[in-house]
Structure formats: C-alpha cells, structure tokens
Ligand binder design. Structure first.
Ligand SMILES: Nc1ncnc2c1ncn2[C@@H]1O[C@H](COP(=O)(O)OP(=O)(O)O)[C@@H](O)[C@H]1O
Ligand SMILES: [Mg+2]
Length: 293
C-alpha cells in the first residue's frame, strides 16, 4: 500500500458557493443574474472564469469578497458566511480584488504609499506596514519603482502595484476581474506571469476573470459561465476541446485547438487538446514521420 502525500489530497476548500442566486433589484420581477451556482474553490488553486459579456462573471467575482451577497443560497469564505456583517472585514482581508481599470485603483501619489493604503486601513502598525510594502513590491517585481509617481507607470506596472496593494493585506486569495483588458500584450503577460508565480510560490489562491482564452489556459481549472450558470468546467485542455459548446455561446477557442479539431475531422491523427503552435508542430511532425514523409 502506498502512503498518500500531502499533494495527493484535494486542496482544502477556501470558497464554498452553494446554490447561489442573485438579482440586482429588490423586486421579484427583476431577472436573476446568477442562477443556482455551485462551486468550490480550493486553497492554492488557480481558477479562470470565462464567459460572454453579461454572463455574470463580474457579479460572481463580487460575491467572493462580500461586495455583493446572495439573494438565495450561500457563499462561505474560510467558513465565514458572506451575509453575516460581522465577518465582512475578515472576508475582505482574506480575499482582495483587482479590477479592470488600473487608474481607478490608484489612491496615492507615490507607489509605496499606494501599497501601504490597505494595511493602514486595517490598523497595522507602522513598522509592519513598512515590511509588508517592501515585500509586496518585491513580489510583483516593482521594488525599484517604490518612490515613483504611479501615474507615470505603464498599465502592466500599475496593475502590478494594485496586486502589491492587495498582497500587503496578506490575503489568502486574489480575485482579478479582467485585469489585462486595458493593457498591451507586454503588460498582459507581466500581470499573468505575476499571478501564476504568486500561486505557485506563495500558495495564494487566484480567481482570474478573463475573456482571453490564451490567458485562461494558464489556470489549473477553467469555469465557463453563460446566462448566470456554470455550463462547463475542467482543465483548460478539457474545456477548450468543447469547441461547439464554446462557439455556441459566442466564445473563441484557442486557434490551435480549433485547427486540431478540424484536422481530426479529416482523419489526421493528432490529439484534440492542442493549445499552442509548438504543440501543433510537434504533433504534425509525428504524423509526417509516421507516414515516412
Ligand atoms: N449594477 C447593476 N445593476 C443592474 N444590473 C446589472 C448591474 N451590473 C450588471 N448587471 C447586469 O447583470 C448581468 C451580468 O453582468 P456582469 O456580471 O457584469 O457580467 P460580465 O462581467 O460577465 O460581463 C448583465 O445582464 C448586466 O446587465
Ligand atoms: Mg465583467
């Protein structure tokens, strides 16, 4: 008999969502924007949430730190129900949010003061704030810009400062709602690389809302929302091979995955779950070698 190691066990649940339904208005005639969502997000997991515009991604994201609370059902963070007001502060300290527009998140005129804002609000003592700010800026590779004015930074740098601001509160989880939508490709990869590393090295749980399929492929698990419901979830490869379903709800599939599916339809024997150009080239090479080309 083999002994199970720690990593074989499923991660401890950090966020537990049960039968979550939500409408914005008080009126029962208003439509439900989220309809019976059941999800568990494990501690240390990197989860991507994708879905067409208006599918409820932002509404769901705001439930994860009690910015919104369920109309029906429940959301628990580290065991705390988001509807009980006495837990709101503890929940917001554990789950930090980063939004789409970097300029809306800046509150100070110097980078390090901006990052200090969160822990100052939590009442953390001055020396400890200093330590946390230095560490957080180092973790997002922005230590050299500590004294700079944030408005002079690139979009990708501003989003990394926003992430540092959340890190300085010592969160267990960071929820990012389309954090790269306003960035150029360099800024996008800076942000994605930063959160992937925080997950791998610091064990921080990441919930990453995006409409870029290539970004979702960096997650451990992809959750697909449509019309306020979870319609599909699984590994990036498993999810992206559901080409018909994804296209049916108006989402794009990674180009190489779509090409792989088309080639398979023409009886070319390559895997269906190809994500990148390199994987496609390797698979085609194997086919050619097999045919003695
Ligand atoms: N503050 C609001 N008040 C009323 N309806 C809203 C509000 N915010 C979003 N909605 C509606 O809720 C639905 C889901 O929106 P949202 O969560 O922003 O979707 P996504 O982030 O996937 O684009 C949409 O139909 C949207 O119009
Ligand atoms: Mg949104």
């Amino acid at each position: 008999m083999t002994t199970k190691t720690r990593s074989d066990r499923p991660p401890k649940p950090l966020i537990e969502i049960e039968n979550l339904a939500f409408r914005y208005g008080q009126d029962e005639d208003e439509p439900l924007v989220l309809k019976g969502i059941d999800l568990t997000i494990g501690s240390g997991e990197f989860v991507a949430i994708i879905g067409p515009n208006g599918s409820g991604k932002s509404t769901l994201a705001k439930h994860l730190n009690a910015l919104l609370v369920p109309t029906e059902g429940s959301v628990r963070v580290d065991g705390m129900d988001t509807r009980s007001k006495e837990h709101t502060w503890s929940i917001r300290q554990r789950v930090g949010m980063v939004f789409q527009n970097p300029d809306n998140q800046i509150v100070a005129t110097v980078v390090e003061e901006d990052v200090a804002f969160g822990p100052e609000n939590l009442g953390v003592e001055t020396e400890e704030i200093r330590r946390r700010v230095d560490l957080a800026l180092k973790e997002v590779r922005m230590g050299d810009c500590a004294k700079n004015p944030p408005h002079a930074l690139s979009g990708g740098q501003k989003q990394r400062v926003a992430i540092a601001g959340v890190l300085a509160m010592k969160p267990k989880c960071i929820v990012l709602d389309e954090p790269t939508a306003m960035l150029d490709p360099v800024g996008r990869s800076e942000v994605l690389e930063t959160v992937r590393r925080l997950c791998d090295e610091e064990g921080i749980t990441i919930v990453y809302v995006t409409h870029f399929m290539e970004e979702a492929s960096f997650a451990d698990r992809v959750i697909v929302l449509n019309e306020g419901m979870v319609v599909l979830q699984g590994s990036p490869r498993g999810v992206f091979t559901e080409v018909e379903l994804l296209k049916g709800i108006g989402l794009d599939v990674p180009e190489m995955t779509e090409l792989a599916v088309r080639l398979r339809r023409r009886n070319i024997d390559i895997p269906a779950d190809i994500l990148t150009v390199d994987e496609m080239m390797a698979a085609l090479r194997r086919v050619w070698e097999g045919r003695g080309v």
